[in-house]
Design a protein. Structure first.
Length: 97
């Protein structure tokens, strides 16, 4: 009976050792996944910062374009006046568009 108990103890210890080895392997795999996720997180943070910068710059360009949109009307008006003055002075030059 003592031999049976010893064999059962060894069998149980061997099985616990195998289970522990498998858990160690799984822990190593999770550590690898964690490292990869950290790298991905760092890249996403960089991308987020870059997108914010692009958005800020687009907002600035949009504002600048809005400021220039009024100039097109003013330029057209001035060209019309110049054409009228040229006509009045008999210069009749055709301006390239």
């Amino acid at each position: 009976m003592s031999d049976d108990l010893e064999r059962l103890s060894r069998l149980m210890l061997d099985e616990f050792k195998r289970v522990q080895e498998r858990f160690d392997g799984i822990d190593d795999r999770f550590d690898g996944v964690d490292r990869r996720l950290d790298g991905i997180d760092a890249r996403l943070t960089g991308i987020e910062a870059e997108l914010k910068d692009i958005h800020r710059r687009l907002d600035a360009l949009e504002e600048a374009a809005m400021n220039f949109s009024g100039f097109a009307k003013e330029i057209d008006h001035l060209l019309t006046r110049v054409a009228a003055i040229e006509k009045h002075l008999g210069l009749h030059k055709k301006m390239a568009a």
